[in-house]
Design a protein. Structure first.
Length: 427
């Protein structure tokens, strides 16, 4: 038995703890790939990067995600406290599957392979003062248009007190890249993973280089690899969860770990007591053809115990933790319909009304589709397994124009007993 004491900072729900790894002999699983490894990904995107105007581009951040369950990095949050600034800015500038938008694919590979179904690379140009984001998701590479380095999205990365150029130089130290990700993942698996995962499934393996985005993780200088095992952000998991923050040196040698527990969301009991509350603004009603849209700007905030001021930048709230219902003026429940847009659409007008009932579409602050809520084959629920809910998004109720919504009320409640979610909006 080996006890590994944590040295993680106590902040934003992060708790100091102790992780005990049961080091019984284990042969480990055979290596099964799922997606490219780091060097394969670079080979796939190098020519595309060179052809993007605004360069030259310097790679400053690498994130590979191999998740054993539906996972959204947004749920836990980022290095700065202004969660909605980062999420809303990135979602508005980058329409597509990124770290800030959508559910990460579940891996069918093994965590000792060094491959991942989802990778995200971030580049910086000192010439154009722009960032370039490239993703690889389920075998599809997407090169996004460059975005300003002065945007709110740039606050995602742990760059203080350094900068993007610093982290780029760390990755390419002495004009050479660190060892490839398969060697890194195997080293981490042999030393930690095969023991930790006996008690912590499902989880996500995070392979990373350079500046990082997650609150539990600090960038590791020297171009050394970080390998982390995290449970926060996986659908169905909240409360306190174990995590491992590990390192493998750029030459492939094992660099050790920090371990502990982290609170994935605000609980309704000590020590992190509070409630998620969603306050709505005046609804905006629009009728397009045979569909009526009632857009409700939402303002998510935390009412924390023993705090006199509400926190309007809460972290930890996932869509699967929220249920919705629509009642008429007399309080009678109205039937939920099936969303016409169960997956991404370019415009809310692509979400036609269902004559049998209402449904809801969650939009980003910039009006982009994030998820739908309504009748499904397994009951009333979300079309996207997991994504974060933050302030300044829009909740849109979709009904036929013939519906008289006067006095109708949309209610929001919690689906889990240990987290409290409240909110309502009169239509």
């Amino acid at each position: 038995m080996v006890a590994v004491a944590t040295a993680l900072t106590v902040a934003g729900g992060l708790a100091v703890g102790l992780v005990t790894l049961d080091r019984q002999p284990s042969g480990g699983p055979p290596v099964v790939d799922d997606g490219p490894n780091f060097y394969q990904l670079l080979a796939m995107v190098n020519s595309s990067v060179a052809n993007v105007t605004g360069g030259p581009w310097s790679l400053f951040s690498v994130v590979g995600l191999a998740a054993q369950g539906d996972f959204s990095p947004n749920v836990r949050g980022y290095e700065i406290e202004n969660q909605s600034l980062v999420v809303n800015s990135c979602q508005s500038l980058l329409a597509g599957a990124t770290l800030w938008n959508g559910t990460i694919p579940i891996t069918s590979g093994t965590l000792n392979s060094g491959t991942a179904p989802f990778w995200q690379l971030a580049y910086y140009s000192n010439v154009s003062q722009q960032l370039l984001i490239i993703t690889s998701s389920s075998g599809i590479v997407h090169v996004f248009s460059p975005i300003p380095a002065s945007s709110g999205c740039a606050y995602s990365w742990d760059t203080h007190p350094y900068n993007f150029t610093f982290w780029g130089n760390q990755i390419y130290a002495n004009s050479s890249l660190p060892v490839n990700s398969p060697q890194v993942a195997q080293v981490m698996w042999n030393n930690v993973g095969q023991y930790w995962f006996k008690q912590n499934v499902p989880a996500v393996e995070i392979l990373w280089l350079g500046a990082q985005v997650f609150t539990e993780i600090d960038g590791v200088p020297g171009g050394n690899w970080g390998v982390d095992y995290l449970r926060c952000g996986i659908a169905g998991l909240s409360g306190y969860q174990n995590l491992i923050d590990g390192a493998v040196y750029r030459d492939g040698e094992y660099g050790g770990i920090l371990g502990g527990t982290v609170n994935c969301a605000i609980l309704n009991y000590p020590p992190d007591s509070g409630t998620y509350q969603i306050a709505s603004s005046m609804p905006n009603v629009t009728v397009v053809g045979t569909t009526q849209y009632v857009a409700i700007p939402d303002h998510l905030y935390l009412e924390e115990a023993n705090e006199s001021v509400a926190d309007f930048e809460p972290w930890g709230l996932a869509n699967w933790m929220v249920s919705m219902n629509l009642t008429n003026a007399t309080g009678q429940p109205l039937p939920a319909g099936t969303p016409a847009c169960m997956s991404w659409v370019s415009s809310i007008t692509d979400c036609a009304a269902d004559s049998s009932g209402w449904y809801v579409v969650l939009l980003s602050a910039g009006g982009l589709w994030l998820a739908s809520y309504g009748a499904t084959q397994t009951g009333t629920g979300w079309s996207v397994p997991v994504t974060a809910m933050v302030s300044h998004q829009q909740i849109v109720v979709v009904v036929p124009p013939s519906w008289d919504l006067t006095g109708d009320q949309l209610g929001l409640n919690s689906t889990v007993s240990y987290c409290t979610v409240t909110g309502s909006a009169t239509l």
